[in-house]
Design a protein around this ligand. Structure first.
Ligand code: NAD
Length: 256
């Protein structure tokens, strides 16, 4: 399906988004690594300092890699976790949390591909983590054991003896079906669907924006560059996530 080019929306032009937002009953916000870039967490596709700059993703973040060499996978994830430990949510995360109050009684749901836990830290109450979280470990066999990711990690599941692993969805693995279903329901029901800081290349997450568009949502993309999802957006804001979200919240506050 080829759609019209989206209208670029400038920060002076936010009324075009504020009006439908005020009338919305359900708002969904899909976020990606670009939202956390301003917290100092590199995106996957950054050149130079990207998380994948010196590693083969299939060796350190795939289910096959884990079967081959669990210690190597743990080492990379421990490094990732230390990078995240020094970072905090940015103004963009905080504005997304504030949207709950600014748009009440509308429902505001965050669907994130990020594994950093920043949305919850910033105060968002309804967050679906499509790709899991670096905040938790679990039994690889899924016997039910899960625990916060502390500094000391048991190598084996205390309940069934299987390997313990980060609660993150790796390459070669399916997303949790209940989480994905809830995200798809939210995309279908959304009046306004934001796509913020994602390249739109990772499926099935990217497909949610298309689902929302087909179901009649106003789709608003926020990304400094064009993406695979641009053609599905009604509006594209070519700014950083935090710049856009700070301006949006300011406009909503003054419209209260
Ligand atoms: P991606 O790396 O493929 O794309 C990042 C996108 O963000 C790009 O389109 C880029 O133009 C945009 N961007 C960069 N800076 C931005 C800014 N300041 N404001 C707005 N947009 C900006 O990331 P993705 O689409 O999320 O998909 C890849 C996978 O990356 C996901 O599965 C996710 O789990 C994983 N990831 C997560 C984190 C995290 O948790 N913080 C970090 C890196 C990767």
């Amino acid at each position: 399906m080829l759609l019209d080019q989206p209208a670029n929306v400038s920060l002076e032009d936010l009324e075009k988004i504020v009006r439908p937002l005020r009338a919305a009953e359900r708002v969904a916000i899909m976020s990606g690594a670009g939202l956390s870039a301003e917290s100092g967490i590199p995106t996957f596709r950054d050149t130079g300092n990207g998380l994948w700059a010196d590693v083969d993703p299939m060796a350190v973040a795939s289910i096959d890699g884990f079967y081959r060499d669990p210690a190597k996978v743990w080492a990379w994830h421990n490094d990732l976790r230390s990078r995240l430990a020094g970072a905090t949510p940015n103004a963009g995360h905080r504005c997304i949390a504030e949207l709950e109050a600014l748009l009440a009684p509308a429902e505001v749901l965050v669907i994130t591909q990020n594994i950093d836990g920043f949305h919850q830290e910033a105060g968002s109450h309804s967050v679906l983590e499509l790709h899991g979280t670096v905040k938790r470990i679990r039994c690889h066999r899924q016997c039910g054991f899960a625990a916060p990711w502390e500094d000391v990690i048991p190598e084996r599941c205390p309940s069934c003896g299987a390997l313990v692993r980060p609660d993150i969805v790796w390459f070669g693995e399916a997303l949790d079906s209940e989480t994905l279903e809830r995200a798809a329901d939210a995309a279908l029901a959304a009046d306004v669907f934001f796509v913020i800081g994602t390249s739109g290349v990772v499926q099935p997450a990217a497909g949610l924006a298309v689902l929302a568009k087909d179901a009649g949502a106003l789709v608003v993309e926020v990304n400094p560059g064009e993406t695979n999802l641009t053609e599905f957006a009604d509006y594209s804001a070519r700014t950083s996530a935090s710049e856009f979200l700070v301006a949006l919240c300011r406009a909503l506050r003054s419209a209260c």
